[in-house]
Write a protein of this length. Structure first.
Lengths: 500, 98
């Protein structure tokens, strides 16, 4: 059997179904690779060896007894450390939750477990999902497997690094303003943010509740779709969960045809300030879509120019409220010398437990929500948010999907933007408008930038609860580029640590 | 025009329950100034008659039957508490001693 870690989830599923390999063997192959190579990538905060092997044994037992198992049963996955898994540490990349063992499973984890997907461990992230580089993790920064001196994107950088380093064929991330799509783009893999409400937020530690959405990472569009299908669906435990059937993303990913589709290029996302190599690959993919029979035209989303300002008011405002729960009383860190009042304990615990970016955002949110500033900042941002969503709705009267580059640049150097919050925020320029509108969006790899030979992603955006369309376009682009490259983009990544 | 100074940062930190170190005040004043100046751009947009959007789903008031269900086990929750006593969270004193 060839190296099991190089197989896609679909390929692993077929081997597992045939019985040519066991779930335990598949799991061990991935754990071994993590053991020998994650020292240099640092994508995991916690590897749950015992738990993973136990899950895999269960799957093998069920298969042996001819019990009905899902098609992904026995396929390993890396889980972002912002989703609770009963009995396994969940830190959100923060010192304030160090040592916390959740007493319950998030709905996403419950669904993964019942599908027999093996959870290898918890991946690194920017603290409370605030950041675009994973350098805001309170533990350590994660490296980009393409170039260990570069960032893996963020905030789901541990998950994107784990999949692109072949530590797992599947991973789960969360996306509030681009935290799945941008890491997927800069590590040369596929990542999707489902429609808001498409995947339950129960057990997802909240950052900005009106925007947070968990979604899949994989090395292929079809793998991503299969995981999407497992994760999604209505959940009574999340009152913002959509009670509608999950869009048929798997069939859409298999179509590989965009003939007759109307595709709009978002006019405002590109041009000055965008990396040339990113724009070159983007323009080529536009030509590719045309050659495949899609009708492509430019379309304006005028208010998208205000998305960055809108997002960096709304998300910190919601965060300042959500993160009030970390008070040192019920879980996590408590700083107390035994003589302090409850309020002093809160002040000291939060000061010590939160990192710089989290404190920055809590204070921005506190400012935007405080009396005297509320109308000019928070309330105004909510109105501009409505206008951005309206622009997108209008655009979808003319086209089926919208496209743009996923991020203005490829992966930048570790440390380059840590002292410049605004420069860091600019990485989200293109991913923010769909986030604010709550609509589904995906990043698919479209090549390497000429300047630095690092991956570039194409963002595909569809109307609310039409998630299947992003998979249709993503699958078609992937198929066409696969023929051209004789493989996936990720196959061009350099070997880690000299290993093949 | 400066939107935010040392004193304003100290006030925000007090409201947000963050015991910031003196040395942090200047750094945050400078950074928050840059960020707030940038996000103030939302003020350029004419939003007359626009209804604020708080979330994307359009859902309102989701109800469920008021029935009791099994909840989490007390000992499992208290296991991760910073301090507990008699099946409860133990917290520092809340009222000042007069």
């Amino acid at each position: 059997m060839s190296d099991l870690t190089k197989l896609s989830a679909v390929e692993l599923s077929s081997e597992l179904t045939k019985g040519s390999v066991s779930a335990v063997e598949v799991t061990k192959a991935h754990l071994d690779r993590i053991d020998s190579l994650d020292k240099s990538v640092q994508s995991f905060l916690h590897v749950d060896k015992t738990g993973a092997i136990k899950q895999a044994e269960e799957v093998d037992k069920n298969r042996k007894e001819n019990k009905k198992v899902s098609s992904l049963a026995g396929v390993p996955l890396a889980l972002k450390d912002v989703l609770t898994q009963k009995g396994v540490p969940t830190t959100c990349g923060s010192k304030i939750l160090e040592g916390w063992i959740p007493p319950y499973d998030s709905t996403v984890v419950k669904k993964l477990k019942s599908a027999g997907i093996v959870i290898l461990g918890k991946t690194n992230m920017d603290e409370f999902a605030m950041g675009s580089s994973t350098e805001n993790s309170a533990y350590f920064p994660t490296k980009n497997p393409w170039d260990l001196t570069k960032i893996p994107g963020g905030s789901s950088g541990g998950s994107s690094a784990a999949v692109s380093a072949f530590f797992a064929p599947l991973a789960i991330g969360t996306d509030t303003g681009g935290s799945i799509r941008q890491p997927a783009a800069v590590t040369g893999i596929v990542g999707a943010k489902p429609s808001y409400g498409g995947v339950s937020r129960f057990g997802l530690v909240a950052f900005a509740s009106s925007l947070d959405q968990a979604g899949p990472f994989a090395r292929t569009v079809l793998d991503c779709a299969m995981l999407h299908e497992v994760m999604a669906g209505h959940d009574p435990l999340d009152s913002t969960s959509i009670n509608q059937p999950v869009p048929d993303v798997v069939s859409a990913a298999k179509l590989q045809d965009v003939k007759g589709m109307k595709i709009g290029i978002i006019k405002e996302l590109g041009g000055d300030g965008w990396q040339t190599g990113v724009l070159n690959r983007f323009n080529e993919s536009v030509e590719l879509l045309k050659s495949m029979g899609a009708q492509v035209k430019e379309i304006s989303i005028p208010h998208s120019l205000y998305a960055l300002a809108t997002y960096y008011l709304i998300a910190p405002s919601e965060a300042s409220s959500n993160l009030a729960r970390f008070d040192g009383m019920r879980y996590g860190l408590r700083v107390d010398d035994g003589n302090l009042s409850a309020e002093e304990v809160m002040n000291k615990t939060r000061e010590k437990g939160f990192g710089k970016e989290v404190k920055r955002r809590i204070m921005i949110g506190t400012y935007a929500l405080s009396s005297g500033y509320y109308d000019a900042y928070y309330a105004q941002a909510q109105k501009v948010r409505a206008l951005i969503a309206q622009d997108l709705t209008n655009a979808f009267k003319e086209v089926d999907v919208l496209i743009s580059p996923t991020s203005p640049t490829t992966a930048w150097g570790l440390g380059e933007r840590v002292n410049n919050p605004m420069a860091m925020y600019l990485a989200d320029l293109a991913t923010l408008p769909p986030s604010l509108a709550g609509i589904p969006a995906m990043s698919v790899p479209i090549g390497l930038a000429d300047e630095d030979k690092l991956p570039v992603g194409l963002q595909i955006v569809a109307p609310f609860m039409n998630d299947d369309r992003i998979y249709r376009v993503g699958g078609a682009i992937e198929a066409s580029l696969k023929t051209k490259w004789n493989g996936l983009l990720i196959d061009q990544a350099p070997a880690l640590g000299g290993a093949k | 025009m400066s939107r935010i100074n040392r004193e304003e940062v100290a006030n925000l930190a007090r409201l947000a329950r963050l015991d910031l170190a003196e040395s942090e005040l200047d750094e945050y004043a400078q950074q928050l100034e840059i960020i707030l100046e940038s996000v103030a751009k939302v003020g350029e947009v004419s939003t007359k008659d626009v209804k604020p959007m708080s979330h994307a789903t359009g859902l309102v008031n989701i109800f469920r039957e008021d029935v009791t269900k099994e909840s989490l086990k007390r000992e499992e929750i208290l296991r991760s508490a910073p301090a507990s006593e008699d099946d409860r969270f133990r917290v520092p004193r809340i009222l000042d001693e007069e």
